[in-house]
Structures are given as C-alpha cells and as structure tokens.
Write a protein that binds this ligand. Structure first.
Ligand code: LMR
Length: 398
C-alpha cells in the first residue's frame, strides 16, 4: 500500500526545532521557532493563567464535548478583544466567530470555506515574504497562490509603493492575506495611515481582506495592535475575515487556542457563515478542545485578571524591546555592520538580513539556530545568551 510514499521535506520552522533538540552541543541557542522565553530561557506560565487553571482543577469539572464552534464565552470575549466591546459590528450581529485549534485551524477552516464559495477561481495574494505555512495551508485547500511585494531588503523596511501597485493589479474577488501586526517573518508593519490606504484600495478593487493576527499585544498593546482590524471594521467593508491566535499573548502554545471570525454584510449573512464554519469544522476535527479556551475565557472574563494579564503581556513586550536594543548596541560595540534597523522592527521576529550561508555558519560553528531566510526570534534572546549571539552574528557578518 505505502511502497510508493515518498519522504516529505522537513518543516522549515518546526523541523529546525527537531534538529536543535537533537544537537548535543552545550550552550546551543534556538532563535528559529517563534516562542517567547523569559530571562531564564523558559516559556512562561503567566500567573493569571495559572490562577484560572488552579481554580478549574479545584472545581473538578466533567469533560463533555464543547459545541462544534467552541466555548460560547470564549467566542464572545474574543470578539470583544478583536473589535472592541462597543463595536457596531458586534451590536449588528455581523461577526461569526468560532474557536479553532490555534490560528492555524482558523486559517485552514476559512480556506476550505472560501474555496467552496469561490470554486475554481479561488486565489489568494500573500505578502512576499510570509509565514511559510500560509502558502501550505492555502495551496492544500486548492487556492492559486499569488504574492504582493512587501519587504524591501535595501531599507530593511516596507516596500509600500510596490505593495500598493501589486494589490492594485489583483482581480476582484481575490483574497488578500494581511498580517495585523508584528509581521512574520520580517517584523515590518504598516502604520495607521498606510492601513487606511490599503483598505481603501481593497474596497475599490473588491478584494477580500483576510487578517491574520497572531501577535496582538506583542508590539504596542492590545488596542494599538488591533489597528488594522479596527480600521477595517470602521471602513464600511461589507466582508472580511480575521484569524487570531492566543499562543503567544497567553503563552499557551501547546494548548492550541485560536479563533476564526468572518464578517458578513448583515446578521443573516453572519448566521449563514457560522453554519458553514461549523460544517467545515465538524468534517475536519469535529470540535475543539476545552482546556486552553477555558483558561483564556477565565482571564478575559474577569476585569481584575484581564487587567493583570495586560500587565504580564506588557512585561513580555518590554523585554523584547530591551533585547532588540541590547542586541543592536552589542553588535555596534563589536564593530559589526549596521543592524540598527532591528530596533524599528516589531514583535517577536527580525529579518536580520543574514544570508543562508551566514545562517548555516551560525548553526555549524556556534550552535545558534535561525531560519534559512535570516529570520531570528528576538523573543528568545536574554541577558544570558545576548553576548554569545551578538559575537557570533558579528563574526559571520564581518
Ligand atoms: C513561527 O513562525 O515560528 C511560529 O508561528 C510557530 C509555527 O508554527 O511556525
């Protein structure tokens, strides 16, 4: 039966972690995968999450199935976090939200559904570059993949003119995948004025905005990082899609907590969309799991815990900003080429500009793991490894 099955290539991100784990060199450092670690190099268990978890354990809950679209309180609180509690979209019942297995299942469920709607003409435009799994998810769902210019290697910033030009050429009906904030892999984001321009263009060209928001709170905070979603909501756009993840903002990676929100023109359309979302989920994995969503809902549903969680998130954010600054300073002190652009990039990642050959040297000679594209996870830097990383990067880039 399986004799003809060929070996699939390893995943560029999670496969790299496998190689890292198998590396026996002491002092190895993983700047590959997007995971925030604290000053001690550990994935934090946020105190607010721990508190809710202990209460859940003490309550000794039975383990029934969740509804197909997940925990109702979680979905409602997610809508409020994304759109703002006072959003007219929520009052008008235009948002269909379902809990999903991480942001990845939100992408996949939406992809399957949008493919059903668009049929053979399903096309999606993805930023160049983007998170590698975006391509895999939409290709597997049967989409034709297109890309739009985004990153400018010369400035280490945004190629905004190129982006507008490419979006302006897309055929009506094309889905446009946009990163809400903390762009993965580049760390290069649009400002509010640029978002306004992009949104106006998408409306004019009748393109469908699809926002992926995996890092809300990792750049400026919950509200400012939702700018793209808020501007879209206020723009009068009759349809758009948001996939969001709590992996990073709640440090709940392995619990796989995310959500899909599809915005329709009116309440009736949203109701029909939710029925289709549920049908798609049921045929894929039946229903999501309860634990992670209960933790998030427990925190977001309490005014006191939510305020403390925002502080915890703020501490993670501040540490990342400090690591960016420390890294840039150390590289400058070592006489390395100018890396000051790292201070301007947002979120967990930096597109370092290191070539594949330089990344390979980091891995082979220094046991420091980064993605072949040059993406490094600055959220994995700490005071204990900063000197070693800066010295190695200076050595390979000198
Ligand atoms: C990453 O980009 O490293 C993270 O989003 C983890 C993943 O699943 O790839």
């Amino acid at each position: 039966f399986f004799a003809s099955v060929e070996m699939a290539p390893g995943d560029p991100i999670l496969g790299l972690t496998e190689t890292y784990l198998a590396d026996s060199r002491p002092g190895k450092i993983n700047l590959g995968v997007g995971i925030y670690v604290d000053e001690q190099g550990r994935i934090p268990l946020l105190p607010t999450v721990h508190e809710v978890e202990q209460a859940l354990v003490a309550a000794g809950r039975p383990r029934g199935y969740l509804p197909i679209d997940g925990l109702p309180a979680y979905n409602q609180l997610t809508q409020q976090l994304l759109f703002g509690a006072e959003s007219p979209l929520l009052a008008e019942g235009r948002v269909a939200t379902a809990q999903t297995i991480g942001g990845s299942a939100a992408l996949r469920v939406a992809a399957d559904l949008l493919k059903q709607v668009a049929g053979t003409g399903a096309r999606i435009a993805i930023s160049n570059p983007s998170w590698g799994n975006h391509h895999a998810v939409f290709r597997t769902a049967g989409f034709e993949l297109l890309q739009y210019r985004y990153y400018d290697p010369a400035s280490h910033g945004l190629d905004f003119a190129g982006m507008l030009e490419d979006l302006g050429k897309l055929e009506p009906g094309t889905v446009v995948l946009l990163h809400a904030c903390c762009h993965n892999p580049t760390g290069v984001d649009l400002d509010a004025a640029q978002w306004q321009q992009v949104i106006a263009l998408l409306q004019e060209r009748r393109l469908l905005p699809f926002i992926d928001m995996a890092y809300q709170g990792f750049d400026q905070g919950i509200e400012p990082d939702a700018t793209a979603v808020r501007l879209l909501a206020a723009s009068g756009s009759e349809a758009f899609v948001v996939a969001n993840s709590y992996s990073k903002s709640f440090s709940l990676y392995g619990e796989r907590v995310g959500a899909l929100s599809m915005i329709g023109a009116d309440r009736g359309e949203a109701t029909r969309l939710l029925s289709k979302i549920k049908q798609t989920i049921r045929a894929n994995y039946s229903s999501p799991s309860a634990h992670g969503a209960s933790l998030v809902a427990g925190v977001l549903g309490s005014t006191e815990l939510r305020a403390r969680w925002e502080q915890e998130l703020g501490e993670m954010r501040a540490r990342i900003h400090a690591m960016r600054a420390g890294f840039v300073d150390k590289l400058a002190a070592l006489g390395a080429p100018d890396f000051s652009f790292i201070n301007k990039q947002a979120g967990m990642f930096s597109y370092s500009g290191l070539s594949e050959a330089q990344v390979r040297r980091l891995r082979d000679e220094y046991a420091i793991y980064a993605l072949d594209s040059g993406r490094i996870c600055v959220a994995a830097l700490n005071r204990g490894n900063l000197d070693a990383v800066a010295a190695a990067v200076a050595a390979v880039s000198g």
